[in-house]
Ligand binder design. Sequence first.
Ligand code: KG4
Ligand code: ZN
Length: 332
Amino acid sequence: MILSIESSCDDSSLAVTEVATKKLLFHQKISQDAEHTVYGGVVPELASRLHAVALPKILESTREFLPHLKAIAVTHEPGFHVTLMEGIMMAKALSLSLHLPLIGINHLIGHVYSLFIEQEAKLPLSVLLVSGGHTMILEVRSSTDVSIVAQTLDDSFGESFDKVAKMLNLGYPGGPIVEKRAKKGNPDSHAFPIPLRNSRELAFSFSGLKNAVRIAIEQQTAPLEKPVVANICASFQHAAVTHLLHKTRRYLEHSPYDQFAIVGGASANQSLRESMEQLCSKFGKTLLLAPLPYCSDNAAMIGRAAIDFYEARRFAPIELLHAHPRSTLFHS
Ligand code: KG4
Ligand code: ZN
């Protein structure tokens, strides 16, 4: 069995996965949404202190698995340095005390492997990764052979939902809240600009759209009643999802792979999932979706990725396993 640890942002999570069957045996996560909601976003130092309490608490529940462990896996990049360090320190302490090898997992590779927690791994594939920190199209040939085809020039897709929620005083994380409000609104009520609409560049951008939403909110003369908020959310979501669709369509025209996947916290967005289903069927691509319980950050996906590393004996010497705020793995 492999014990995996995730602490790259504001979710403290541990999982235990069986190597031979790839089965998830244990998974627990403590989220910090309530603590960060007053700030409208994640405060890294606060998140780090909360991990220091939550991770050992979850570890208590894994006692029965400890004698059966073959390796300890931990997210070591990308993420907040201070929060990654909490998971890495726990991983190193366990590795030393239980005499087990360490496996360092890139968080984004973890999101890709969320696809294979409940079904068999199928590579190669192309992936749209949408989270709070990233918006990318990746071509994944193996757990160590990944190239970036497109990425964001500024904010990420999930982050733009968080910022719109903050501007509307709706709380954090903004994605699920804005999506819920959008269901009651009219997506045609505000003509927000579709980012990079006339650009042939394969890239994403959300800062202009976010600014357009800010201006629309500032132009409201009356207090923001629920229907107005719903209309703003619906129009914003429509523009953000349309932008992802435009760029993904451009990519799919030349994609070498038959399978296309969406992963990451923001891949839980229903409107995005439905639109991508239609797009993929037009192009004859098989769409893989991260299972809803494993879209947002979790240690189960880290454990699943770690099995491939374990089988290839790709262990990280303890003195070389460091926290990296940015990815060191990918090539363009
Ligand atoms: O992958 P994740 O849990 O953390 C990072 O690696 O960043 O993604 C969290 C992000 C947040 O920005 C959150 O607002 C967004 O995913 N998100 C959503 C939805 N659910 C979560 N964005 C849009 N629609 C959703 N339903
Ligand atoms: Zn994530």
